[in-house]
Design a protein around this ligand. Structure first.
Ligand code: GLV
Length: 380
């Protein structure tokens, strides 16, 4: 994997190792995938100011996200089905993040459970919450995250109903996979993945199975979300969630200045500018295009983070220049994980760190905390 120099290299290696239905679960957006593509493309439109003859020694990427020290302001985003990209995927990725000194966020829709991840880590990780209609289950999930010592709750706001992703429907995505000829063929052509998978017992949604009452067809994400997720979730609900949790709270899925302003009164510690990686409202603006406006609206009163479209350390730098205090990578770490388990996630983080560091130096900066819009061209 050391010959993989870019996130795109890791993505191609993952494509060859992971069964199609799971690889495409990561590599997909809603409907036309226009917003999914725009998240990446809009980063390329931003031009950096090259500066010369500036002292480049003693550079630092260290920073803080919600008061926690990070070796670089890049967190692992919460992603569903992670343990299907590689056996025990969430546990491996959490370990890689911990060793690297960046936050790991565990999704509600993970394969490994909160307790599984806790059992293989020694520093607190973050937990992402979906709110189901079954309030007892949600309260219990919050309590389990607390008991595991999670240091932040990331509440996702943009998935009360599921956006349609054509690839998942065509692939018949499920966890565990079904044993139809099509699915068997997809797995048979990925023997290393199968061998690893045979060595674990974690093949379905570990936070839910055995914890939620009357769970019907959990294997189909679309039917499960439409049966179980709460479509009436409102700003008022944030109160009881915040009270029950009692710790750091991050709101994920803000893409509009008005919603950003409303989040100021929610008591949250940070918001994540996100369109769910283009997986929900196709046709929405890209995350990076909305970031400067949202920072202008609330950035002096609340920490603003960005998720969506980051494929390099250069993209991280651009988001920081626009005022994000932290960024998240979802697909880049999934590709690393699929390509090579824990070592692959470490490789993802190394690639991003190197690109961020070199780009910062060539922009004439030595401290990631000093990046600003001044490092970007305004009119090119
Ligand atoms: C779940 O969060 C998904 O985007 O699939």
């Amino acid at each position: 994997m050391n010959q993989d120099l870019t996130i795109a290299d890791l993505k191609e290696r993952a494509r060859r190792r992971v069964p199609k239905m799971f690889f495409e679960y990561a590599d997909s957006g809603a409907w036309t995938e226009g917003t999914y593509r725009a998240n990446e493309e809009d980063f390329h439109k931003i031009k950096l100011r090259q500066r010369v003859l500036v002292d480049m020694t003693n550079r630092s990427l260290e920073s803080e996200m919600i008061g926690e020290k990070v070796s670089m302001p890049v967190a692992i985003a919460p992603t569903g089905f992670t343990g299907m990209q590689h056996a025990d995927g969430e546990m491996l990725a959490a370990q890689a993040a911990e060793e690297f000194g960046v936050p790991f966020t565990l999704s509600t829709m993970s394969i490994c459970s909160i307790e599984d991840v806790r059992s293989v880590t020694s520093k607190p990780f973050w937990f992402q919450l979906y709110v189901m209609q079954d309030r007892d289950f949600v309260l219990n999930l919050i309590d389990r995250a607390k008991a595991a010592g999670c240091s932040a709750l990331v509440l996702t706001l943009d998935l009360q109903i599921l956006g349609q992703r054509h690839k998942d429907l065509r692939n018949g995505l499920s966890a565990p996979p079904r044993f139809t000829p099509k699915h068997l063929w997809q797995m048979a052509t990925r023997p290393f993945w199968c061998l690893d998978m045979l060595g674990t017992k974690r093949r379905t949604f570990g936070n839910i199975v055995g914890h939620a009452k009357g769970v019907g067809d959990l294997s189909s994400l679309s039917s499960w979300t439409s049966e179980q997720f709460d479509p009436q979730l409102s700003w008022k609900d944030i109160e009881w969630i915040r009270d029950r949790w009692g710790g750091k709270l991050i709101l994920k899925g803000i893409l509009d200045e008005e919603d950003a302003r409303m989040s100021l009164d929610s008591g949250a510690d940070a918001i994540i500018v996100s369109n769910h990686g283009g997986r929900q409202l196709d046709g929405a603006a890209s995350s990076i295009s909305m970031l400067p406006r949202i920072v202008d609206a609330v950035g002096d009163r609340m920490e603003v983070h960005l998720d969506g479209g980051i494929r390099s350390g250069q993209d991280v730098l651009k988001a920081l220049c626009y005022g994000a205090k932290g960024t998240y990578i979802g697909r880049p770490f999934l590709y690393g994980l699929g390509a090579g388990g824990k070592a692959g996630v470490r490789r993802t983080l190394e690639i991003i760190r190197k690109e961020l560091d070199v780009t910062m130096a060539l922009c004439g900066e030595r401290d990631v905390k000093n990046l600003s819009r001044n490092n970007l061209h305004k009119d090119i």
